[in-house]
Design a protein around this ligand. Structure first.
Ligand SMILES: *Cc1c(COP(=O)(O)O)cnc(C)c1O
Length: 419
């Protein structure tokens, strides 16, 4: 469910007409519904209300501080993967005791920043990282609370680029090495073991991989407990998929029905790291048709948003539904590619798509763009990054202004010998 619906012929976000909004703010822009985000969070949270738990939103899915603030207000925490994300979460007012830090390549500086910020725990991905954390903890005089990220060797059955739980992936510590890893962690005097973590991938649309992975992790918890380790937190990661086209991923309640019985037995506080499922369908990218053209019988719709604004179609071949912001009474349809202005043939938002015959200057809504949309955007082709707008009821708020040309060259300098 989301709050992007037609009223008559006009597409609305909650009670704001998107066509009218585009006149005010210009295109392209990302547009988010406050109501959808809040509801998605609440649905997920309430699905697990009968076990002790904490929802740590995965900041990399959408890191705008205004959105993060919504989760702070809802009592949520954050899953971060860099010092930059920690900075954002704290700026949004996050309780550091609700922040978990994952990632295969944390730098010494980032580890020190996390320790000084007093976050809940670091999810550790290698034995070398354990030594780095121990050293940083010694230097700062702050004991480091850690979980080990265990790689359960489960196929998440999703796109290979966003699958992370096979032993051939770079993530986590293998099942066979995990016990040794925990013994090492326990032996390091500046480290306190508090949990276990797993995350097997993203856009997962079946329950089975979650259950299979969890059963392995729970078996591991039993072994760890028998070794005298105090595993208080079980962090099961994120990864629940959404509907982009015709996928039918499980509802959080259906997932809960299957996994809560497994989770309950552990006696742990369960940490969830959902990203896409909360914000994916809560955001869209609004773009204007610059030109249409035909070439050798093929149709092209050239829009003002491009792969630098939304890379998912180019990067993963992802499908994003494209809707007219203003529906035309004539239902004539064509097959067309929707492409951006960037000088790459890989710059497309849709290929061979059956769409209404969009006219020059009309507006298109690229749906399901709230997750891994703006956060993966870049300045390629020296294109300023677009603005982000949040709608609540009949009001809208600019939560990130469009970049200008000065922003593009910020920090650049011509060396003095050329002057
Ligand atoms: C990316 C990521 C998530 C969020 O994944 P979604 O598919 O967006 O839910 C959660 N945890 C970790 C460790 C991640 O890397």
């Amino acid at each position: 469910m989301h709050d992007f619906q037609y009223k008559g012929n006009q597409l609305y976000c909650e009670d704001v007409s998107i066509g009218g909004l585009a006149k005010d703010v210009g295109t392209p822009f990302y547009l988010y519904s406050y109501n959808t985000i809040k509801n998605h969070f609440r649905v997920f949270n309430s699905a697990f209300s009968n076990i002790p738990h904490l929802i740590c939103f995965a900041v990399k899915a959408n890191s705008n501080i205004a959105l993060l603030r919504i989760f702070v207000e809802e009592g949520g925490g954050f899953d971060i993967v860099s010092g930059g994300e920690l900075y954002r979460a704290l700026l949004a007012g996050a309780d550091p005791q609700k922040i978990v830090y994952t990632g295969v390549g944390k730098t010494e500086e980032e580890i020190v920043y996390a320790l000084k910020s007093n976050i809940l725990m670091l999810n550790v991905e290698s034995t070398q990282e354990l030594f780095s954390i121990d050293r940083a903890a010694e230097e700062t005089g702050i004991k480091a609370k850690v979980a080990l990220r265990v790689n359960p060797d489960i196929d998440a059955k999703t796109h290979p680029y966003i699958s992370t739980g096979l032993k051939t992936h770079k993530f986590g510590i293998s099942m066979t090495d995990a016990l040794e890893g925990y013994r090492l962690a326990q032996s390091l005097k500046n480290i306190e073991v508090v949990g276990i973590h797993k995350h097997i991938g993203s856009q997962i649309t079946h329950i089975r991989p979650f259950v299979d992975a969890l059963e392995r992790i729970v078996a591991m918890i039993d072994i760890l407990k028998s070794e005298g380790l105090n595993i208080r937190y079980l962090d099961i990661g994120g990864g629940l998929g959404i509907t982009y086209k015709d996928e039918s991923p499980p509802h959080p309640k259906e997932l809960a029905e299957e996994i809560v019985p497994i989770l309950k037995g552990t006696g742990c506080t369960i940490i969830f790291e959902p990203g896409r499922v909360i914000v994916g369908n809560a955001g869209i990218l609004v773009t204007k048709v610059l030109y249409t053209k035909q070439s050798e019988g093929k149709n092209f719709m050239i829009v003002d948003a491009a792969m630098n604004d939304l890379v998912r179609p180019s990067l993963y071949g992802s499908y994003h539904s494209i809707l007219p912001v203003s529906k035309n009474s004539d239902d004539h349809k064509i097959v067309t590619d929707v492409v951006g202005p960037i000088c790459e043939s890989g710059d497309f938002l849709a290929k061979d798509r059956v769409l209404p015959d969009f006219k020059k200057d009309s507006l298109a809504a690229v749906m399901s763009a709230g997750a891994y949309g703006f956060t993966m955007s870049s300045n390629y082709n020296s294109r300023p990054r677009v603005s982000e707008i949040l709608v609540k009821g009949n009001k809208y708020f600019m939560i990130r202004r469009r970049e200008n040309y000065e922003d593009l060259v910020r920090g650049e300098e011509i060396p003095v010998f050329m002057k």
